[in-house]
Design a protein around this ligand. Structure first.
Ligand SMILES: C[S@@+](CC[C@H](N)C(=O)[O-])C[C@H]1O[C@@H](n2cnc3c(N)ncnc32)[C@H](O)[C@@H]1O
Length: 362
């Protein structure tokens, strides 16, 4: 699907592809669920069904449905498969014992693979698989659940506030496609900020994807390339592109802050606050300090990314309080979201110790 080589496969931008891959599997689960409920799909789901799902319908086992019809375009590339292979190399190097654990063996059996598969065997299978099949083989249920909860929570928050703001800014936007798939009106602008290599990949792929899946959003969508850590160039670019610092804004920082040091987070938060009037809102996702490096699932997840993680916190509210987003602050940890979306008695466990979502108003 992709014709041009980009640098999405290295550094922190590659994490956006990992996220998109999990969203693809969850989106396919959503379509599968719709098909089981009703033989006939809603008309707006047909382009996805005809062009994507009918060709490759790898699903996740999450009980929560989310729908991001663009995610598959980002995760069906050879670049995305290279990201898996590089991650497996890293896991083999830094925690080879993971492949010998019962948890991993259970995952292999669950995926229809031999339980005694070695890391080299896995690498060979991935090499011979389509990118999407490869992602389905390396995605643990807990990652899929985490991504479903996270996507659903932020989607719902945006949807219920969509008419309250004309300015939405998504920092570390990666391959987030809310600017296309949410029903924003034409009086809205959605800015996305990330590194140039992320946008190079995103724009190349979306140019073709929107021909297959027409966006429902009518918002203006502006990409700002820049570094959000210890740098203020992005603010001038934002203002030069029409951002009005006197208009309330909804700021979304999903899957970003763990890649920024605490010192740079403080600078970033103050930068955001300096261009946010009263009634602006900030939604941040943070990684908990409680996350357990020795936990096997975390090791699978964190080992390829450990060079990228720069911060964690047990007190995300402080980030908001310190920069003046002090009203009605509320944090939702993953178990809260599981209760909200799955069931009050839910025993599902995502990477629950891993992340929380905090919302505060100015
Ligand atoms: C895990 S991805 C999350 C993407 C998106 N927010 C989502 O949840 O789908 C993290 C993204 O943050 C971006 N990022 C990390 N550090 C950054 C920085 N200092 N400046 C700009 N973008 C950054 C990465 O390039 C990547 O696209």
């Amino acid at each position: 699907m992709q014709t041009k080589k980009t640098t999405i496969i290295s550094g922190v931008p590659r994490t956006s592809v990992m996220v998109a891959a999990l969203r693809t599997l969850n989106t396919n689960s959503f379509i599968k669920e719709q098909l089981e409920k009703d033989e006939k799909l809603d008309a707006h789901l047909l382009p996805y069904y005809e062009n994507i799902y009918k060709k490759e319908n790898f699903v996740s086992k999450t009980k929560l449905s989310v729908y991001d019809p663009y995610a598959c375009f980002f995760s069906s590339t050879e670049d995305s498969k290279t990201i898996i292979l590089n991650s497996l190399d890293k896991i083999a190097e830094s925690c080879p014992k993971v492949f010998e654990t019962q948890m991993f063996k259970d995952h292999l059996i669950d995926s229809g693979l031999p339980a005694d598969l070695t890391v080299d065997g896995m690498i060979n299978i991935i090499k011979d698989s389509s990118p999407l099949k490869a992602w389905s083989l390396v995605s643990f249920d807990s990652f899929n659940n985490h991504m479903a909860l996270r996507t659903k929570f932020i989607d719902d928050y945006v949807l219920s506030n969509i008419d309250k703001y004309q300015q939405f800014v998504i920092l570390g936007a990666g391959l987030d496609t809310r600017a296309l798939r949410m029903p924003f009106s034409n009086s809205t602008t959605v800015w996305e900020i990330d590194f140039p290599e992320t946008f190079e990949y995103k724009e190349t792929i979306l140019k073709e994807a929107v021909k297959i899946i027409p966006p429902i959003s009518q918002a203006r969508n502006i990409h700002i390339s820049g570094n959000l850590a210890g740098n203020n160039e992005w603010i001038s670019k934002l203002e030069e592109s029409g951002f009005n610092k006197n208009k309330p804004t909804l700021w979304i920082l999903e899957g970003l802050l763990m890649y920024i040091s605490n010192e740079d987070i403080e600078i970033l938060m103050n930068q955001i606050s300096s261009i946010s009037p009263t009634n602006s809102t900030m939604l941040i996702q943070t990684m908990s300090e409680e996350y357990n490096e020795t936990s096997k699932v975390q090791t699978m997840f964190t080992s390829p990314l450990k060079d990228e993680f720069k911060s964690s916190t047990i007190n995300p509210e402080q980030y908001l309080i310190k920069c003046g987003f002090t009203k009605e602050i509320k944090t939702f940890n993953e178990p809260d979201l599981e209760k909200l979306y799955l069931s009050p008695q839910s025993t599902e466990v995502g990477c629950s110790a891993l992340t929380g979502f905090t919302i505060g108003y100015k």
